[in-house]
Ligand binder design. Structure first.
Ligand code: C2E
Ligand code: MG
Ligand code: MG
Length: 263
C-alpha cells in the first residue's frame, strides 16, 4: 500500500513536470479508405519519460484523469495539433488531411472549453474543418444538454466531433440522435472478432447501418487483417484505422507514410 502510494505521488510529480519539460510527443495514426488512400489521422499521445522511456497513454492518461491534470494535457495536445495543421498548410500532400484529437471528459466539461478551442484555431490560423474532436459516450452522459450546446457552438464554427469507442459505453440511442456529432468510431472490441464471432459481426454491421441512416460518417478502429477490412467494407464501412494500414507514427514517419500511400 505504502509503495503504491509512493508510486502514485511520483507519477503525479513526474506528470506535472512533463508539460514544462516538453516530454510529450504527438504520434499520428492514419485513417484510410479501403484502397489505402489517407483520409486523415488521429493524434495519439506518448510520454518520453526521462527514466522509463516512451510510455503509451494507458500508463498515464487514467492517472491524469483522476488527478485533474488531463485538461491541461489535452489542451496542450490541441495546441500542438493546431500548430502541426498550420505547418502542413502549404504542404500539398498534407494540407487537406484532418486531425482527430482525443478529449477527456474533464477537458470537455470545462466552462471555457469552446472559447479556448476557438482561440487556438484563430491563433494558429487553422481551418476549423481540419479539426475533429473525439469524445467518448461516458464524457457525455452527465449533462447531455450542456454537451449538445458546446458541440453545436463548435460545429457552427466548422469543427467536427466523433464518438470514440462506440458501442462500449452505456449508449442511449435517444441522446445519440440529439448530439450534433458527425462520426462514430466502431470500437476495436467488435472489429477484433468481426470475422470469427457472428455476434460481433452483427454489431459492427448494425453500427455501420445506423450511422448511415443517421447521416453520420463511420470509421472502424483496430483493423489488423485484410479479412476484417473486407468484411467491414462489405458492410458498407468506408473508413478504417489500424495496424493493417499504419501504426501510430512520429510526424516525419507519418509524412513518409502519406507520401507513399495511394492518392
Ligand atoms: P483511442 O482514442 O480509442 O485510440 C485508439 C487506440 O488503439 C490507440 O492506442 C491506437 O494505438 C490503438 N490501435 C490502433 N490501431 C490498432 C490495431 O490495429 N490494433 C491494436 N491492438 N490497437 C490499435 P493508444 O495510442 O495506446 O491510446 C490509447 C487510448 O489513450 C486512446 O484510445 C485514447 O482514449 C487515449 N489517448 C491517447 N492520446 C490521448 C490524448 O491526447 N488525450 C486523451 N484524453 N486521451 C488520449
Ligand atoms: Mg480516439
Ligand atoms: Mg477508440
Amino acid at each position: 500500500m505504502q509503495q503504491a502510494l509512493e508510486q502514485r505521488a511520483r507519477l503525479g510529480a513526474d506528470l506535472r513536470n512533463a508539460l514544462q519539460e516538453r516530454q510529450f510527443r504527438l504520434y499520428f495514426q492514419a485513417q484510410a479508405d479501403a484502397a489505402g488512400r489517407c483520409l486523415g489521422a488521429e493524434v495519439l499521445l506518448r510520454w518520453q519519460h526521462p527514466e522509463r522511456g516512451l510510455l503509451p497513454p494507458n500508463e498515464f492518461i487514467p492517472f491524469a484523469e483522476e488527478s485533474g491534470l488531463i485538461a491541461g494535457i489535452d489542451f496542450w495536445v490541441l495546441d500542438e495539433a493546431c500548430r502541426q495543421l498550420a505547418q502542413w498548410r502549404l504542404h500539398d500532400r498534407m494540407s487537406r488531411l484532418p486531425l482527430a484529437v482525443n478529449i477527456s471528459a474533464a477537458a470537455f466539461m470545462r466552462e471555457d472549453f469552446v472559447d479556448d478551442v476557438l482561440v487556438l484555431l484563430k491563433r494558429h490560423g487553422v481551418e476549423p474543418g481540419l479539426l475533429k474532436l473525439e469524445l467518448t459516450e461516458t464524457s457525455l452522459v452527465d449533462g447531455v444538454d450542456e454537451a449538445i450546446g458546446k458541440i453545436s457552438r463548435l460545429k457552427a464554427a466548422g469543427v467536427r466531433f466523433s464518438l470514440d469507442d462506440f458501442g462500449t459505453g452505456y449508449s442511449s440511442l435517444s441522446y445519440l440522435r440529439q448530439l450534433p456529432i458527425s462520426q462514430l468510431k466502431i470500437d476495436h472490441a467488435f472489429v477484433r472478432n468481426v470475422a470469427t464471432e457472428t455476434g460481433d459481426a452483427v454489431i459492427a454491421r448494425t453500427i455501420v447501418g445506423m450511422a448511415q441512416n443517421l447521416g453520420l460518417e463511420v470509421v472502424a478502429e483496430g483493423v489488423e487483417t485484410r479479412q476484417q477490412l473486407e468484411l467491414l467494407a462489405a458492410f458498407g464501412c468506408p473508413a478504417f484505422q489500424g495496424y493493417l494500414f499504419a501504426k501510430p507514427l512520429p510526424q516525419a514517419e507519418f509524412e513518409n507514410w502519406v507520401a507513399t500511400a495511394p492518392s
